[in-house]
Design a protein around this ligand. Sequence first.
Ligand SMILES: N[C@@H](CCC(=O)N[C@@H](CS)C(=O)NCC(=O)O)C(=O)O
Length: 221
Amino acid sequence: MITVFGEGRGFRVVWLLEEMGLPYQLRPVDLLAGVENDPEYLAINPAGFIPALRDGDVTMVESIAIMEYLISRYGPTPLAPPPDEPTFGLYQQFLHLGEAGLACPMYFVVVSRNLAPEAERQNWGARKALEVFNSRLRLVKRQLARSPYLAGNEFTAADISVTYALEFAQRAGGVDLGTAEQAYVDRTTAREAYKRAMDVCKGTKAWAEQVAASRKSRGGV
Ligand SMILES: N[C@@H](CCC(=O)N[C@@H](CS)C(=O)NCC(=O)O)C(=O)O
């Protein structure tokens, strides 16, 4: 049985597993309660971040690497174009840009905004990270002007990677998406597998609902 440890970016992995119809279980990891209180998880990932994956004798971290592992191990799947397809380059680029160019810099914006001591919230590193996120977002905007999904006409794992990053930025980073990016997120998150993943990732679902409710109460949509 495949085990996914932790939500956060683990949501990407759960969404992919739902898209691929593979059986799995989610083992929660509560970072807010302090990962140091979870020795079982620290034995899986001594660095203490989430997510991790266990599949038989294979244990690994890094959400994008985990997605690539699952696709290679249990594919082929239409979620990943084969290397001889013209869309393969775009697919690879956006699969990785979703983490390296978007979610990773956004993480430092989010922790500065929400977790840093008051006096350290406005800092050069967080501003630079937001600048990096916004510059990489231009590549997403340009691609969405060309095709409905990031690797062309079909939904792929690259869309899982980038959708996660855009929703993370919206919910926790104070980022307002443009019309095309919002329409894209509405399209990708309308998928049944996304909804099933949300039902499995109870912490993510509760957080998303709480952010949506507080936005509504402030007069947003
Ligand atoms: N590049 C990693 C990032 C993992 C990451 O930063 N996860 C966050 C939560 S989504 C975390 O565990 N943060 C706590 C820490 O880094 O100590 C991935 O894509 O899996």
